[in-house]
Each structure stands twice: as C-alpha cells, then as structure tokens.
Design a protein around this ligand. Structure first.
Ligand code: ARG
Length: 572
C-alpha cells in the first residue's frame, strides 16, 4: 500500500469514529514542508454536510486518528486542515524495504492480461512523425504495466490490407519485371509515389491494380506472395525504426488488419443476428443512439459498404472479438491519435452491445495530440513534406553527438557515439512523454536537448552525478541503516517513498508525464540534498545513511528512465 493510501485509510477510520462515516478522506502530499508531509482536507466538506464546526470536527478526527509509528506530529491548521508530519523512522523503514526489493517496493496488484496496441503504422508508406507519439507512448505504458507485474501483450496493428495494396503489388510486379525492385523498395515513399503516378496515368495499370485487389481478397496465391514480399520489406523499414528507438516491438507483436480478413463476413452476420444491423442506402450500418449528429439523430457506423467492401471499423470489431475470445484479455489499451476518438468510442460501445466484449472488459483509447513544428502547424519538412521517422532519429543522434563532443571532447569517439545515441533518442522520447499526452506539443530541438530544465539530458546527467559519488566513495555498506535528520534528507526521502504512488498512477491513467514530472523533482531534490548534506565528507553512520539515500536515488532514476524507454549512462 502506498503512503497516501495508508494515510487515507487511517483518516477514513478516524472520520467514521468522529461521526462522519460518509465523508471521503482526502489525503494529499502537502507540497510544502510547513504544512506537514501530507495533508488531510476532507474535514471542511464533512463539517458542512454535518452542519458542525470544522475545527471541532478536525479536533475529533485527530483524537481518533491512529498514526502510531507513522507520524511524529499531527496538527490542525486553518479552517480544518489536518497536517501530517511523517516520522523519520517510518520513512526510513519504507526506503529500507525499497532498497532490498528489485521492484523498489512497489505494490504488486493481481496480475491482469493486458494488451497495449501501439505504433500500428500503415505499411503502404514509410513511417513518419505521425507514428512517433504512438510508438513512444505505447512503449512506455507497456513497460510500466509489465513492471507492476501484469501479463502484457504488445500489439502492432499494422495497416497491411486494403485497396492501396493492389496498386503497390501491381507496381512491385512491374519493377520486378523491368527494373530494380530492391532499389525502388529502399525508399517506400518514392515507391508509393511512383505507383500512384502509374495508377493515375495508365488505365491498363489501374485495371491490373484493381484486379489485384480482388485477387488478394480471394486469396490468389501469386498475388498474395507478392503482397507478402511487399509487407516484409515495409515491416523491415519499421523494424529499423524500432531498433533505433529502442522500443520493444518485434515481428512477434505484429497482427495486422489482414489477419482479420476472413472474420469480417462473420462480424457482419453476427451484428445482423444481434438485430443491430440495418440497411441504409445500400450499405450495412449500425445506428448508435449514444452518438448523435448535430441534428440530434443517432449516428451511423458503416460496417459494410454498398459494394460489399469492409471498413476500418469492421476490422476493429473483429479484433475486439479476437482479443476477448481467443486472447482472453481483460484490458486493451489503444494508443492512437486523438483524432480517432469518435471511432474508438463507437467501436467500444458497439463491441459491448454486440457481445464481442464482455461488460467488464476494459477498452481504453489512450489518445494523444499532434506533434507541431515551430510554426504551430503539424510537423513537416521545410518543403512541406512528411518527415521520415528514420531521418528524425538520425538527426537527433547527430545533434546529441555535436553537443557531447563540445561538452566533453576528451572522451573516445565511440564512447561519444554511444552517449549520443542514448541522449538523442532519450531527448526525443522524453520531450514527448513529459507533455500531457492529450495536448498538442511543439517539437523543438534546442529545448529537448538542453542540459537544464525538464529534459532527458538533464536527468541522464543527474544520474551520472549520483553515480560519480559512488565512484569516489569506494566500498560502502549496502545494508547500512538509514537515518533521516536534516530537512533536505527528509524531503528527498519523502519523494523516494512516493515512487510507488507514481507508478501506480501511471499504470492506471496511462499518463507517462506523471513519471517524468516525478523524476525531474527527484533529480532536483537530490541536488538540494547534495548541497545541504555532505555525503563523502560525512563520517560513520551518517555517511553510510546518505550513501544509501544516494543509492536509492540512483536506482529510482534509472528504473524510472528505463520505464520511459530511456537509457542511463555512467558518464557523459
Ligand atoms: N493504422 C492506423 C493509422 O495509421 C492506426 C491503427 C490504430 N489501431 C486500431 N486498432 N484502429 O491511422
């Protein structure tokens, strides 16, 4: 149980004993040492509901509040706040437990089968910046859920099916026969562009392309083989990006749209059997009264087009069914652009109505905003084209290399190269993860690569500074006891003891920026501690105890950064 939960429980019991059993115990970190470490501020509301004097009720609650061994001082402040000052020995005990636990003392919930669906690019084209956010955010969420002990499946729901593939496959065949297909495929953007030109300009080619779509749908072996070749090349491009980024996606995680192809007619007939499907202007649609258009009418969700073709939503319905019936998942997290919000709300509602997912299966759209350029518009190249992800990552690494070389020219070339990889990739990831994911954000090289401020380089550097203490300290007693005496020690201890709180919150809200904010506070608090409380110059038990605080800080920073997919370094 986290400290906050423990305190809430005790305050709740005290409220009940003081005659206010229905009042919620609102316990929060106070934010200011003079207000205690935590503050209970539910008393005023409770007093209002009971029509009694808040300070008198606060007094009654404090008298009933059992925080033996937890708090050293409890005081009433203002109109009825209860300020709780934790006992140093209690904090020390929590930290000691964290020090001896691989998972830093976090609580282990009952493991759940969870899927994080992320990245999911369309394979017709090269990955571009639009896929960056999903890839980075999804990976961090998958790491956090795995860390708390859930059984996490990662899924890359790639777009590998649909009419575009007829055109691409027809063009692949053409280049195989009369050109250098391998060379052409090296740049998928170009490949797509050329195929499109052929499609628009040559009626015979366009006919072949359309015919290939039909053949693909019908399972024609030759066309399928060409399609597989194309998909394999495109997936290899993606894998290059994943490897560079260091995200845990491999081919094993891929289950693309094509995998549900055979199931689409079944989805339609199931919806019909459930009485949900109606014909509307020749198309098969479902009207969901939960979603109204501006005229106040139920919005239509198209399941099958007039010409018999299926849609994005049809595939997603089949995927939900598969994820429940075959994979038995309890929670599925879709890390997809906020612009698809309506689609997912409709999908989830319909899935439950149709019985494709049971009522208690958690289907979550983890939405994110757009990555913007300096001009406040969606991020583009100078000439207005889409930015290829590979190029963006390479540029980040190059920029980091220049910075590192400038800061630390004495380091060996290959050391600087590997630092540059960790810093460059870390900076791009952290810049994204540290923002509230639902808002748009402006992509800026200089801010994300700055060595001060809430950035990856700042945190990576803070980690190396803590590590350097250990290099200078020599052997120390890793089982030494902790003594928390100085205010700066207590503030650091308090933060370290709240790591579990943050992790729990990120696991439930899927908001990695909370972890970023926490790590940034921790790094700053460590500097304050470092200035106020000499470590190496201290002696005996005090020195050992401070080294313990430093050790736990280092492990917390490392674990936290790794959960965000960011590597730490011993020097930089
Ligand atoms: N391929 C889609 C795109 O690039 C994203 C897929 C999201 N996942 C889903 N189950 N619909 O926009």
């Amino acid at each position: 149980m986290t400290i906050q939960q423990l305190l809430s429980q005790r305050v709740q019991a005290a409220l009940a004993a003081a005659g206010a059993p229905d009042a919620p115990a609102i316990v929060q970190p106070s934010g200011k040492p003079e207000f205690g470490d935590f503050q209970a501020n539910g008393v005023m509301g409770a007093a209002k509901a009971l029509k009694t004097n808040p300070r008198a009720l606060a007094q009654a609650v404090v008298e009933q509040l059992d925080l033996d061994g937890i708090a050293e001082k409890i005081e009433i402040a203002g109109p009825g706040f209860i300020n709780i000052h934790l006992a140093p020995e209690f904090l020390a005990g929590r930290l000691q437990a964290a020090l001896t636990d691989d998972a830093l003392g976090i609580a282990r919930p009952v493991p759940q089968k969870v899927m994080v669906e992320y990245s999911s690019p369309n394979l017709a084209k090269e990955m571009h910046v639009g896929h960056l956010r999903s890839t980075i955010i999804g990976d961090a969420i998958a790491r956090v859920l795995g860390f708390v002990g859930h059984d996490v499946a990662r899924c890359n729901h790639v777009g590998d099916w649909g009419t575009q593939f007829g055109m691409l496959v027809a063009y692949l065949l053409e280049t195989r026969q009369s050109g250098d297909a391998e060379l052409e495929l090296a740049d998928l953007e170009n490949f797509y562009r050329k195929a499109k030109v052929r499609f628009d300009e040559d009626a015979v080619f366009a006919d072949t392309a359309r015919n290939f779509v039909v053949k693909l749908q019908g399972g024609d072996a030759e066309v399928l083989a060409l399609w597989q070749q194309f998909v394999a090349v495109s997936m290899a491009h993606c894998q290059e990006v994943y490897d560079k980024l260091g995200v845990g996606l491999t081919l094993d995680a891929v289950r693309g749209e094509s995998a549900y192809n055979d199931d689409l007619p079944v989805v339609v007939s199931d919806l019909r059997a459930a009485g949900l499907l109606v014909e509307d202007q020749g198309a098969q649609v479902v009207f969901l009264p939960e979603f109204k258009n501006p005229e106040g009418e139920a919005q239509a969700m198209i399941i099958q087009k007039k010409d018999g073709g299926y849609l994005y939503a049809t595939t997603d319905l089949a995927a939900v069914r598969y994820r429940h019936r075959t994979l038995d998942l309890k929670r599925v997290i879709y890390v997809v652009d906020a612009r698809q919000s309506l689609h997912f709300q409709q999908l989830f509602t319909l899935s439950k109505k149709a019985g494709f997912a049971p009522a208690d299966m958690v289907l979550e759209h983890v939405a994110f905003g757009t990555m913007m350029g300096e001009d406040g518009r969606p991020f583009k190249t100078r000439s207005g084209g889409t930015v290829k992800l590979v190029e963006l990552i390479d540029e980040a690494i190059e920029r980091a290399y220049a910075l590192v070389s400038e800061k630390n020219p004495g380091l060996a070339e290959d050391t600087r190269r590997s630092i540059a990889r960790a810093v460059g990739v870390g900076a791009v990831k952290y810049a994204d993860l540290s923002k509230n994911r639902t808002s748009d954000y402006i992509f800026n090289w200089d801010t994300m690569l700055a060595f001060d401020g809430n950035t990856a380089p700042y945190l990576q550097y803070a980690y190396t500074r803590v590590q350097s203490v250990f290099r200078k300290a020599g052997d120390f007693n890793a089982a030494a006891a902790l003594f928390i005496a100085e205010p700066a020690e207590k503030q650091l201890a308090l933060l370290l003891a709240q790591f579990d709180e943050v992790i729990e919150s990120v696991a439930s809200t899927c908001q990695p920026h909370q972890l970023c904010g926490y790590l940034f506070n921790l790094a700053q608090q460590f500097s304050r501690f470092y200035e106020a409380c000499p470590i190496l110059a201290a002696e005996g038990a005090v020195r050992d105890s401070r080294l313990q605080l430093a050790a736990l800080t280092a492990r917390t920073l490392k674990t936290g950064l790794e959960l965000l997919g960011i590597a730490v370094l011993d020097e930089m």
